[in-house]
Design a protein around this ligand. Structure first.
Ligand code: PEP
Ligand code: MG
Length: 874
C-alpha cells in the first residue's frame, strides 16, 4: 500500500481518500489544497502505517522512510527551502490526526528540521536572530519532552539560569544572545538525560518524531479518551508533516481558531479567536486569553475579509459547519486545518434548520445531520429565570458550553471523579484543563476554569459532551493546594456550592434553582421532519401520570411498558405489599391485595387519562418478592412493628424468599402461577380503571402484558386467568360496554424467542424485554455485570456495553427470529421493544430493520428515539 500522500501545488494525492486511512486532518488538508485555499504544503503518513508499526512490535515498516524522503524532496522543491540548510532551511511540523478527532490527546512536534546550521540559516532568512534561536530552543525542548520522554523541569531549570544571567524575569525579554546560549545549554541537558547528542540530521529528527506520534496513540490518556467517547475500531493515527508557517514573527503575525458558525448557539456568524504574535499551541493551551475575531478588522482588515471569504468557500464546499485553524505570517494568511465543527445539541438543530433555509442542504440531510443523542442537551435543565435574576453572581467567565450546573467545588480531576463516584455533585475548578483531566471532567456536573478561551481544551471537550462549562473566569483565584477559590472578595472551599451558567458564563454562589427545558422553534421543526420520515412508532416506559404526561409532550405515541411494581413503593402501599408477602395463606394475601387495589386503580386511571386514546401496556408484577422486604435487622424490626408481627418472622420470610440468583428466580409470570390472586388484583384494577374512564369519556386502551414467559403453556394458562378476571370484573361492575383490552407477552427469555410461533398462538402482541434477553443470552447477570464489564470493554472483548446498545449479532438474532416466528402464525402481529435499548439510536436502527412496530423508551429519550427512527428510515 501507498504509505505517504503528498499535498501541495504540484499534487494532492490524498484527495478523495478516506478518513480511516489519512485521518480527518490529512483528508481535509488535501481537500483544502485542492479547492485552492492557502495551505502550507506537506504530506500525510497513513493510519495503516501506524497499524503496521504496532503489529511489528513498534517498528517502522520497511520502505516508509524512502517514501518520506521522496516526499521531503518534493516539498523542498516546492518551497525552495532545504532541510538543514544554512541559508534558507525547511522547517516542518509533525502532528497526529486520527479518523476521529481527539483534541490535544496525542503528540505534536514543531520547528522540526532545525539544527545548528539551520538555526543560523533561519536567522539569516528571517533577519531575526532572536526568532531563530527561540524556535531552535523550542524544538530541543519539545523533542526532548515528547520524543525522548525527558522531564520538563530540566529545561525549565536551564531557562531560569539564563534568565537570571541576563537579569530578566519574562521569557520574552531574553535577548537573542541569551537564547543562543540557551540552545547550547539545552543540548547539554539533552545529552545528559538521553546519553546522545541532539540529532543534527533533520531526517533522523523526522523519523523519531513520526515514531513518537505513533506511540502517543496508545498513551493512557488517549486510550481513556477513546473509552469515554466510545471510539473503537480505528487503525491508529495518521501523521501529518507540514511546512511551518509562523504566527509569532512579530506584530503583523498571529494565529487563531474559528468556527464558521457559532458552535454554542448555531448562529450563522463567523466565530472565533486569535492571538497576535503567537503560535497555534498558545491558543489551544489556553495560556493567553485571545481576542474575538470580530475585533480583527482593527488589526488587519484584509485578512479578516479573506477569512470571511474562506468561511463561505468552506461551507459551500462541505455544506457543513467547519472548525478551522489559521496562521498569519507577516500579513499572509495560511489555513492549517479544517474539520466538521463540534457543536452543542442546540447549535446542531439550529444549523441544520438554517442550512435548509439557506438551501445548502435538504430536509433529509438536516434530519441525518443532528446526532440523535445530542438532543439530550436540548432537553437539559436551565436556571429558572426568577431564581437566576435573584442569584448572587460572583463573576462572569466565557460561556464555553451551555447548560446549568450546580455542585460543590473539587480541585483536581481525581478528586472530582472520586467524589462524583460517591454520589456528590461537583464542579471541577481548574486554572486550565489538560487532556489528563478528561476523566474528572466527565464525572463533574460542570467545569470552571480561570484561564483559556472558547476554544481551550476544557471548552472543546465539554461542548462535545454537552457538559456545562465556564472558561477563562479570570477573576477566580484558585488555590489548588489549599482547596479554595477567592472571587469577589469571598472564599469558597470543597463544602461550598456554586452554580454555573454555561450559556452566559456566570458563576453564582449557592444553589440556583433549575427548570425543565421548553421544546419549540427549530427543535419542533426538526421533530416534525423526523416524524415525516420514520415508520417506527415511539412509545415510552412510564409508570406514573406525571411521567406519562411529560412523555406525551415529548411525542410519545403510547406506553410500551408500565412497570407496575414501581407503584408499590410509597410508604403506605409498601406496607400492604409487605403484609401480602408475609401472609400465611391465600385468604390473608387476598385481604392485603384488596387494600392495594384502589391505589393501582387510581394510578391506572391517571395514566389512561394522560394517554387518552393511546395504547398503554401494563405489565403484571415482575420482580422477585424479596425486593420489597428489608434486608437489615434494624429495618426488619421497624417493619415488624408496623405490620404487628415479630421481627423474627420478617427475617424468616426474607430468608425463605432468598434466592441465589433472584433475577433468574421466582419472578415474572412465575409469580402469577404461584399466586394467581396477585394477577387477579392487578387485572381487576386495570379493568375497573378502564370502566371508570369510559364513564368520563376517556378512551383507555390497556394492553395487559405478561412478563418472563418461556413456554406457550405459561401464557396459555395465564391468559385464561386474565380473560376470566376481565369478564368477572365487568360482570361485577355491571358494565356491558366494549372494552378494548389486548393480552400479550414479553419475549425476554431465549426460549420464548426460539418458540415464538407456539407462544404467538396465545398472544395479541409481543414486546421484547431486551434487558433480560441480553442477560440470559450472554449469561451475564444484570445485577453483577459491573464486576467484569469494564475489563471486557477496556480489552475490547466487547465493543459496547450490551445492556446499553443491543448486541445485534447475538441477541439481535433472537429478536429477528422472534418476529419472524411470531408473525409466521399471526400475520401482522404487533411487535415492540421495551428494554433500555429502545432509547439507543444504534439499537433503534436495528429495530427498524428487524421490522418492529414500535420502540419504547424513557420519557426524556422519546425525542431522541423519534429522530433516530427517522435516521434509520432514511
Ligand atoms: C426487560 O427485561 O428488557 C424489561 C423491559 O423488563 P425489566 O427491565 O423490568 O426486567
Ligand atoms: Mg424483564
Amino acid at each position: 500500500d501507498k504509505m505517504v500522500y503528498y499535498f501541495g501545488k504540484s499534487k494532492t494525492e490524498g484527495r478523495g481518500a478516506s478518513k480511516s486511512i489519512l485521518g480527518g486532518k490529512g483528508v481535509n488538508l488535501a481537500e483544502m489544497t485542492a479547492i485552492g485555499l492557502p495551505v502550507p504544503p506537506g504530506f500525510t503518513i497513513t493510519t495503516q502505517v501506524c497499524d503496521a508499526y504496532y503489529k511489528s512490535g513498534e517498528k517502522m515498516p520497511k520502505g516508509l522512510m524512502d517514501e518520506v524522503n521522496q516526499a521531503v524532496k518534493t516539498l523542498e522543491k516546492e518551497t525552495g527551502k532545504k532541510f538543514g540548510d544554512d541559508a534558507n532551511p525547511l522547517l516542518v511540523s509533525v502532528r497526529s490526526g486520527a479518523a476521529v478527532s481527539m483534541p490535544g490527546m496525542m503528540n505534536t512536534i514543531l520547528n522540526l528540521g532545525l539544527n545548528d546550521a539551520a538555526a543560523e540559516g533561519l536567522a539569516k532568512a528571517t533577519k531575526n536572530e532572536r526568532f531563530a534561536y527561540d524556535a531552535y530552543r523550542r524544538l530541543i525542548n519539545m523533542f526532548g519532552d515528547v520524543v525522548m520522554g525527558m522531564d520538563h523541569h530540566v529545561f525549565e531549570k536551564a531557562f531560569d539560569a539564563v534568565k537570571k544571567k541576563f537579569k530578566v524575569s519574562e521569557d520574552t525579554d531574553v535577548p537573542a544572545e541569551g537564547l543562543k546560549q540557551l540552545c547550547e545549554d539545552y543540548k547539554a541537558v539533552y545529552k545528559k538525560a538521553t546519553g546522545n547528542d541532539f540529532p543534527q540530521d533533520p531526517i533522523k529528527q523526522l523519523e523519531l518524531s513520526i515514531m513518537a506520534v505513533f506511540s502517543s496513540w496508545n498513551t493512557t490518556r488517549a486510550v481513556r479518551y477513546r473509552e469515554i467517547e466510545g471510539i473503537r475500531g480505528l487503525l491508529g493515527t495518521a501523521v501529518n508533516v507540514q511546512s511551518m508557517v509562523y504566527g509569532n514573527m512579530g506584530e503583523d503575525s498571529g494565529t487563531g481558531v474559528a468556527f464558521t458558525r457559532n458552535p454554542n448557539t448555531g448562529e450563522n456568524k463567523f466565530f472565533g479567536e486569535f492571538l497576535i504574535n503567537a503560535q497555534g499551541e498558545d491558543v489551544v493551551a489556553g495560556i493567553r486569553t485571545p481576542q474575538p475575531v470580530a475585533e480583527m478588522p482593527k488589526w488587519n482588515r484584509a485578512v479578516h475579509k479573506e477569512l470571511l471569504a474562506i468561511k463561505k468557500t468552506l461551507e459551500d464546499h462541505y455544506t457543513e459547519m467547519q472548525d478551522i485553524e489559521f496562521t498569519i505570517e507577516r500579513g499572509t494568511l495560511y489555513m492549517l486545518q479544517t474539520r466538521t465543527g463540534k457543536r452543542t445539541g442546540v447549535a446542531a438543530v439550529k444549523i441544520a434548520c438554517d442550512m435548509v433555509k439557506e438551501k445548502l442542504i435538504d430536509q433529509k440531510t438536516a434530519v441525518l445531520r443532528v446526532p440523535a443523542n445530542d438532543l439530550t442537551q436540548l432537553l437539559l435543565p436551565s436556571f429558572k429565570p426568577t431564581a437566576r435574576n435573584a442569584a448572587d453572581v460572583l463573576t462572569r467567565g466565557l460561556p464555553a458550553s451551555p447548560g446549568a450546573a450546580v455542585g460543590k467545588l473539587a480541585f483536581s480531576a481525581e478528586e472530582a471523579r472520586q467524589r462524583a463516584d460517591a454520589g456528590e455533585m461537583v464542579i471541577l475548578v481548574r486554572k486550565e484543563t489538560s487532556p489528563e483531566d478528561v476523566d474528572g471532567m466527565n464525572a463533574a456536573a460542570g467545569i470552571l476554569t480561570s484561564t483559556g478561551g472558547m476554544t481551550s481544551h476544557a471548552a472543546v471537550v465539554a461542548r462535545g459532551w454537552g457538559k456545562c462549562c465556564v472558561a477563562g473566569a479570570g477573576d477566580v483565584e484558585i488555590n489548588e493546594k489549599g482547596k479554595k477559590i477567592k472571587v469577589a472578595g469571598r472564599t469558597f472551599g470543597v463544602k461550598d456550592v456554586i452554580s454555573l451558567d454555561g450559556t452566559t458564563g456566570e458563576v453564582m454562589s449557592g444553589e440556583v434553582e433549575t427548570q425543565e427545558p421548553k421544546l419549540s422553534g427549530d427543535f419542533a421543526k426538526l421533530m416534525k421532519w423526523a416524524d415525516e420520515y420514520r415508520t417506527l412508532a415511539i412509545r415510552t416506559n412510564a409508570d406514573s401520570p406525571a411521567d406519562s404526561k411529560r412523555a406525551r409532550e415529548f411525542g410519545a405515541e403510547g406506553i410500551g411498558l408500565c412497570r407496575t411494581e414501581h407503584m408499590f413503593f410509597d410508604a403506605e402501599r409498601i406496607t400492604h405489599m409487605r403484609t401480602m408477602i408475609l401472609a400465611q395463606d391465600e385468604k390473608d394475601r387476598r385481604a392485603a391485595l384488596k387494600k392495594l387495589l384502589p391505589f393501582q386503580r387510581k394510578d391506572f386511571e391517571g395514566i389512561f387519562k394522560a394517554m387518552n386514546g393511546l395504547p398503554v401496556t401494563v405489565r403484571l408484577l415482575d420482580p422477585p418478592l424479596h425486593e420489597f422486604l428489608p434486608h437489615e435487622t434494624a429495618s426488619q424490626k421497624i417493619v415488624a412493628k408496623e405490620l404487628g408481627v415479630s421481627a423474627a418472622e420478617v427475617a424468616k420470610r426474607g430468608e425463605a424468599l432468598h434466592e441465589s440468583n433472584p433475577m433468574l428466580g421466582h419472578r415474572g409470570c412465575r409469580l402469577s402461577v404461584t399466586y394467581p390472586e396477585i394477577l387477579e388484583m392487578q387485572v381487576r384494577a386495570i379493568v375497573e380503571a378502564a370502566i371508570n374512564c369510559a364513564g368520563k369519556k376517556i378512551k383507555a386502551m390497556p394492553e395487559i402484558m405478561i412478563p418472563l414467559v418461556g413456554t406457550a403453556n405459561e401464557l396459555e394458562l395465564l391468559r385464561k386467568k386474565v380473560e376470566a378476571t376481565i369478564e368477572e370484573t365487568k360482570a361485577a361492575k355491571k358494565f356491558d360496554g366494549k372494552l378494548d383490552i389486548s393480552i400479550g407477552t414479553m419475549i425476554e427469555i431465549p426460549r420464548a424467542a426460539l418458540t415464538a410461533n407456539e407462544i404467538a398462538a396465545h398472544a395479541d402482541f409481543f414486546s421484547f424485554g431486551t434487558n433480560d434477553l441480553t442477560q440470559m443470552t450472554f449469561g451475564y447477570s444484570r445485577d453483577d455485570v459491573n464486576t467484569f464489564l469494564p475489563d471486557y470493554l477496556q480489552q475490547e472483548i466487547l465493543n459496547v456495553d450490551p445492556f446499553q446498545s443491543l448486541d445485534t449479532s447475538g441477541v439481535g438474532q433472537l429478536v429477528e427470529m422472534g418476529v419472524e416466528k411470531g408473525r409466521s402464525v399471526k400475520k401482522g402481529l404487533k411487535v415492540g421493544i421495551c428494554g433500555e435499548h429502545g432509547g439507543d439510536p444504534a439499537s433503534i436502527d436495528f429495530c427498524h430493520k428487524a421490522g418492529l412496530d414500535y420502540v419504547s423508551c424513557s420519557p426524556f429519550r422519546v425525542p431522541i428515539a423519534r429522530l433516530a427512527a427517522a435516521q434509520a428510515a432514511l
